[in-house]
Each structure stands twice: as structure tokens, then as C-alpha cells.
Design a protein around this ligand. Structure first.
Ligand code: ADP
Length: 485
């Protein structure tokens, strides 16, 4: 019943003229488009020969016609109520032979041609606008890159010869800002090329492990600074050399690792790479990047891979970024024949995984291969840097205020923070302060209050106040240790 009602609504609103008539030629239904185009308030009771007088003749038994009912469209002349006419593309089927119900579907040919022309114009306009936009973005990003690199080059030169610490601090800040601007410019350029379908991959032979070494080198200092563990494991099934777009694979990994590092203050980051399938001379590589950071609410997961999307405004204020990175990763992964996915829970870390297809080099084409289970592959640890493996229990203990692991980490971060302040690096001190805040999330209120005062003192760059609050905090933590011993 509901389906019938739905169906009648669709017919009534259809863009085609639709008429129903019986074996006598009497119209029993006409939809809105038919009423409008034919100029009637109601067509019920009108004979079909009044609409198509050149094709249908009214007779005593109903009508006579040489129209061949069926699936084919035929061009007829349709007459309006006011006796003006227009060419129509008409298809009439005899839907119920026993009861003699005919369904007529018709389009005004002139209107259809006009609409097609309009659609073509809109399509051409949109194509032109996209081309102009891509050219504009390419020009602007190029124009921006030139001065930024000019500034960067000069700053590097000045840094090499400058001895005054205060000036050096400002120069380093300019250097960092230029680096950030370059990253944004590159992201916008990639995004516009991908959107315009003008992006091409550049596959060539490269050493897979060297690439991963380079990625690790890129992040290890920041990870060490934050006191985060970092582990990378590569399946022995992956050959030394493969053919793929090294630059773009690096770009995806760098983006995922920068995010993992940005959104994790305690715990570790791991990267695993598996070989999961082979078809002819191509193999599928599966990458897993996990962190123990702030995690993502399940409601926000769908937004992640959209362009310009950050989980919420407070994230962009606190951590920066344009929200383009993951969208670019998704498009690059798809260009390489794969998929990117995320598993995450608020405050329980995130795991991003993606697959890509690369080509085997000639020397590996005849070797056999056992596909790895994406979840349970036996991995060879290619290198473990700086830290011993910490289980998830230990990560939980670090986060729980008062545990031995938490105290140890707190102490380490506090001394790193005070070192930064002594070296006049307030910005980095703030970063350690963020970690300290997270490590003391469920601390007693007097500790939380002191933390807040310490944070404010750092933000005001007030050395004396920082030292006073730092000492007070140290004493509080010590006395709690004594109480629990
Ligand atoms: P941006 O360039 O701004 O970092 P991305 O597209 O890379 O943009 O990330 C979009 C958003 O996804 C981030 O602003 C953050 O909210 C969320 N996000 C990405 N990676 C992580 C992660 N490892 N942990 C928590 N949130 C993440």
C-alpha cells in the first residue's frame, strides 16, 4: 500500500509527462508535468486524440492509430489545450492488455534540447572554473614558495654565523615557521592537483628499508624530546628493493607519524609493515601506525578523511594543522590501489592502517611468497630504537597518577622542562608542561592547583615563579611517595 502511494508521488513529480488512458482513449490520470506542458488544470476525461490528433483518431470503439506500442520512443506532435503544438518524444506501452490500460510517457523535445544545452554549458563552466582554480592555486603556491625559501636560506646562513643566543632563538623560530609554511603550501598544491585529477605517481626502484630509515630519522628527535617510545617492525617477506612512488609512500608515513607524535604525550608509537598479497608481479604492502595518544571519538571517525576536517576547533587551536593531511593520504593510498582505515577510542590511542600495491623488481619475480595474515604476521624486528618494548599495561600505569611508572615519567618530564627553562626555551617547556598535565590528570587537588600555577608561570615566562612552583610540586610528589612507602 505504502509502496503504491510512494509510486504515485514519484509519478506525480516526474520530470517526464505521464498520461494513463483506457481502450476508449479516455485519459484517467495526468501528472503535474503533463498538466503544465499541455496547459490543462485537469486532463481526466480528455480523449488521447486531442493531445496527439495526427496519430490518434477518435472512433465509436475508442480510437484508431498506426502507432506501434512498445519500448521504442517515437517523435509525435503534441497539442496543448490552446491548440498550439510542440514536438514530443513519446513512448506508449499497453500495460494491461486485458483491461486495456495504456501508459504514455513524453518529453518536450525542444525543452529537452534546451536543458541538455544548459547542462553542457554548466559542465563547461564548472570545468573552466576548476581549471582556473587549479592554475591559480599552482601560481599562488609557487609565488609563496619562492619568498619562503628565500627567507629560509638567509635564516640558515645567519644561524651559521650568529653567536648571540637571543638572536639565535628568534632565527630558529623563523626557521620553524618557514618549515611549517612550506608544509602547508605543499599540502595545498597536492590537494588541488589530486582534486583536479592531475596527480600522477612516479614509480621507480628504491630500497624499502632505506626509506623507512629515513622516515625514522625524520621523527626520532621529536619523539625522543617527548620521551615517547618508537618501534618499527618490517616483515622479512618484503624484498630489499621494490618499485613504487617512494616520495609519496614517505609522505603518507610522515603524515601519520607526525599526527601520532602530535597527539601522543605518553607511551609509544609503533609502525609495522607486512606483505599481505601477491598478484603476478605486484605485491600488497600493509602498514600499521599505532599510538597511545588522545584517540578519536567514534562519532568523529567518519570526518577524519574529509578535506579541511579536524575533529574539533579546539584541536586546531591547540595542535595547529589544516585538516588536509589525512585527505591527501587517502587519495594517495587509493591512487596506489589501496585503502586507509582507522581504529580508535577516545583516550585509548589510535591505529591507522593502509595498504598499497607496489611492483617487484626483476630479481624477486621468481621467488615464492607466503602471504602474511594482516593481524598475526610473524615479524622480524628490523630495529628497535632507544627504548625497550613497553606493554600496554605499562602504558596504562604511566597514565595512572601515583604508580611507580607514572612518578618516574613525571620526574623525567619535570627535569626536562626545567632544563628548557634554564636554556630560555619557553616554547619547548610548554610542551613538557602539557605532558606533565596529562600525567597528573587524576592527582589530588593540591597537586592539580600547583600544576595550574606552574603552567601559568611558564606561559608568562616568569623564571622565579616557575622555580618556586616547580619546587613546591617536587616536594608534594616526594611526600606522597613517602606516605605510600
Ligand atoms: P592536520 O594536517 O590538521 O593534522 P589531518 O588530516 O592530518 O590534518 O588530521 C585531521 C584531524 O584528525 C586532526 O586534526 C586530529 O583531530 C585527528 N587525528 C589525526 N591523527 C590523529 C591521531 N593519531 N590521534 C588523534 N587524532 C588524530
Amino acid at each position: 500500500m505504502n509502496q503504491n502511494v510512494d509510486c504515485i508521488f514519484h509519478i506525480e513529480d516526474a520530470l517526464e509527462m505521464i498520461l494513463l488512458f483506457d481502450q476508449m482513449g479516455i485519459i484517467s490520470f495526468a501528472n503535474a508535468m503533463a498538466r503544465k506542458n499541455l496547459g490543462y488544470d485537469s486532463l481526466c476525461g480528455v480523449h488521447i486524440s486531442e493531445i496527439f490528433p495526427n496519430t490518434f483518431k477518435s472512433t465509436e470503439n475508442g480510437f484508431e492509430t498506426d502507432y506501434s506500442f512498445g519500448e521504442e520512443h517515437q517523435n509525435l506532435v503534441a497539442y496543448r489545450k490552446n491548440l498550439t503544438c510542440f514536438p514530443a518524444e513519446v513512448r506508449i506501452i499497453n500495460s494491461d492488455v486485458s483491461q486495456g490500460i495504456y501508459i504514455c510517457m513524453a518529453n518536450d523535445i525542444l525543452e529537452k534540447e534546451y536543458l541538455n544545452r544548459e547542462i553542457e554549458n554548466v559542465r563547461q563552466d564548472a570545468e573552466h572554473a576548476l581549471k582556473v582554480k587549479s592554475e591559480f592555486i599552482a601560481n599562488v603556491t609557487h609565488e609563496l614558495r619562492t619568498p619562503v625559501n628565500g627567507v629560509l636560506g638567509n635564516v640558515k646562513e645567519l644561524l651559521a654565523t650568529e653567536h648571540d643566543e637571543h638572536t639565535k632563538k628568534s632565527l630558529r623560530l623563523i626557521e620553524r615557521c618557514c618549515g611549517d609554511m612550506n608544509k602547508i603550501i605543499n599540502n595545498i598544491l597536492d590537494f588541488s592537483k589530486l582534486e583536479a585529477g592531475k596527480f600522477t605517481l612516479e614509480p621507480r626502484k628504491f630500497s624499502f628499508r632505506n626509506m623507512l630509515d629515513y622516515v625514522r630519522e625524520n621523527h626520532i628527535n621529536k619523539l625522543n624530546e617527548k620521551g615517547l617510545g618508537f618501534f618499527m617492525t618490517i616483515s622479512p617477506q618484503i624484498p630489499e628493493y621494490i618499485i613504487g612512488d617512494e616520495l609519496r609512500i614517505t609522505q603518507i608515513l610522515n603524515n601519520l607519524l607526525s599526527n601520532a607524535q602530535k597527539f601522543t604525550s605518553v607511551g609509544k608509537i609503533t609502525v609495522e609493515v607486512l606483505r599481505t598479497a601477491r598478484v603476478n608481479d605486484k605485491i600488497e604492502l600493509f602498514f600499521i601506525v599505532s599510538d597511545t595518544g588522545i584517540g578519536i571519538d567514534s562519532a568523529d571517525k567518519s570526518k577524519l578523511f574529509q578535506s579541511f576536517s579536524q575533529v574539533d576547533a579546539s584541536i586546531s587551536r591547540k595542535y595547529g594543522g589544516t585538516g588536509l593531511g589525512l585527505n591527501i593520504c587517502k587519495q594517495l593510498v587509493e591512487l596506489m590501489g589501496g585503502r586507509i582505515e582507522v581504529e580508535s577510542e577516545k583516550n585509548r590511542g589510535s591505529t591507522f592502517s593502509f595498504s598499497i600495491w607496489v611492483e617487484l623488481c626483476d630479481e624477486d619475480k621468481n621467488t615464492s611468497f607466503q602471504p602474511a595474515d594482516k593481524k598475526q604476521a610473524s615479524l622480524s624486528t628490523s630495529f628497535i630504537q632507544n627504548y625497550s618494548e613497553k606493554g600496554s599495561n605499562e602504558t596504562d600505569n604511566i597514565k595512572r597518577y601515583g604508580t611507580a611508572e607514572n612518578r618516574e615519567n613525571l620526574k623525567r618530564n619535570m627535569s626536562k622542562m626545567i632544563l628548557c627553562i634554564e636554556m630560555d626555551n619557553w616554547e619547548k617547556a610548554e610542551m613538557f608542561m602539557d605532558v606533565i598535565k596529562q600525567l597528573t590528570e587524576n592527582a589530588p587537588s593540591d597537586v592539580s592547583r600547583t600544576i595550574l600555577k606552574l603552567k601559568m608561570a611558564i606561559q608568562k615566562e616568569n623564571y622565579d615563579k616557575v622555580i618556586a612552583e616547580y619546587n613546591a610540586l617536587g616536594k608534594m610528589i616526594e611526600s606522597e611517595v613517602q606516605q605510600t612507602v
